[in-house]
Ligand binder design. Structure first.
Ligand code: UDP
Length: 335
């Protein structure tokens, strides 16, 4: 089966490409390299550099490739950035998805697995969060993901395009062998920032607020290991191929950890002190996001291999220690 992976050079997408190839899929990748790294794309994939909003470029890819399914990771994904620049999010994420769906329609592609987000829920009324919970996004990023989900829903109704939207909670870690991992510039995510501090690349971790309604006052998030997350995409693709109806699944661990708990776990994993200080809240952050992933387990048969937060952090640490400059590490130092 030929799968077109959009955003396949990014952190999550590159783990997707890697696992698809390991599982015997034929893979084509589109990425504009705005945040992705070409070095992260598995060599057996065919790589097309370009933007999903560029219709002529996208048409040329669909002309060349006999695409049977799309996995769509290509989006901007930072809450803080989206608060400052909402139109960037509506343009790249929402309009980008419109072009993708137009192309799928034009070239008769009926299956899409879509990276959605827990940010679609906003501050939840109950945790763990079920897929049936109300959606009230608190930032333009979450709003854009909800709009993208709506587009998929109406395209299913009108054109019989089948989708699975996977609402990610917090994704962390790296491939177990440390060959690919997380490398953002600038980095804003908690786990890599903690580990860069452990490496001495940052002076201290800034904890964004300790006056939330949580036991230790810091935000609680649900962390899922990136290779487990990807495994759910492949199950979702198979689910669609088997002719099932469109569906939405949470991907998390059913367990929440506060920022302070993550810091403590990372201190244990790395054996480093990791200095930290509490600063102002970051705009747009809900206090607690914890998934119920029971639906993905029951319907997709998803079974995450990583069940301990320390193992998730250790997989990320393995990557950061071996690639202290991310993909910028000179080849001679990569082995
Ligand atoms: N966070 C923090 N300091 C940082 C980065 C993140 O305290 O330098 C907090 C952030 O406020 C949130 C949690 O860590 O409560 C996870 O943030 P991240 O950006 O990793 O993911 P998000 O939840 O925004 O998707």
């Amino acid at each position: 089966m030929t799968v077109l992976v959009l955003g396949g050079a990014g952190y999550i997408g590159s783990h997707g490409v890697d696992q698809l190839i390991e599982k015997g899929f034929d893979v084509a990748v589109v990425d504009n390299l705005q945040t992705g790294h070409k070095e992260a794309v598995a060599k057996k994939a065919r790589f097309y550099e370009g933007d999903i909003r560029d219709k002529a470029f996208m048409a040329s890819v669909f002309e060349k490739e006999a695409v049977e399914g799309v996995i769509h990771f290509a989006a901007n994904s930072l809450v803080g950035e989206s608060m400052e620049n909402p139109l960037m999010y509506f343009n790249n994420n929402v309009y980008g998805t419109q072009v993708v769906l137009e192309m799928m329609g034009k070239y008769g592609v009926k299956l899409i697995v879509f990276s959605s987000s827990a940010a679609t829920y906003g501050e939840p009324k109950e945790v763990p969060i079920l897929e049936t919970a109300e959606t009230h996004p608190e930032n333009p990023y979450g709003e854009s993901k909800l709009m993208m989900e709506s587009m998929l829903k109406w395209c299913d109704q009108a054109y019989d395009m089948k989708f699975v939207a996977l609402r990610y909670f917090n994704v962390a870690g790296a491939k177990a062998d440390g060959s690919i991992g997380e490398d953002h510039d600038p980095e804003t995510h908690l786990v890599p920032i903690i580990l860069q501090t452990a490496l001495g690349q940052r002076e201290k971790l800034k904890i964004f607020g300790d006056d939330y309604h949580t036991p230790d006052g810091t935000c609680i998030r649900d962390y899922v290991q990136v290779t487990d997350l990807i495994n759910a995409h492949i199950l979702a693709l198979q689910y669609l191929k088997d002719g099932h109806e469109s569906n939405i699944f949470n991907l998390g661990s059913n367990e929440g950890f506060s920022v302070k708990e993550m810091l403590e776990a990372a201190r244990e994993v790395t054996g480093k002190e990791i200095p930290a200080e509490v600063v102002e809240r970051r705009a747009g952050d809900p206090s607690t996001l914890v998934a119920s992933s029971d639906k993905a387990k029951a319907i997709l048969g998803w079974q995450p291999a990583y069940t301990s937060i320390k193992d998730i952090i250790a997989s990320a640490w393995n990557w950061h220690e071996s690639h202290p400059q991310g993909y910028g590490t000179p080849a001679s130092e990569k082995e």
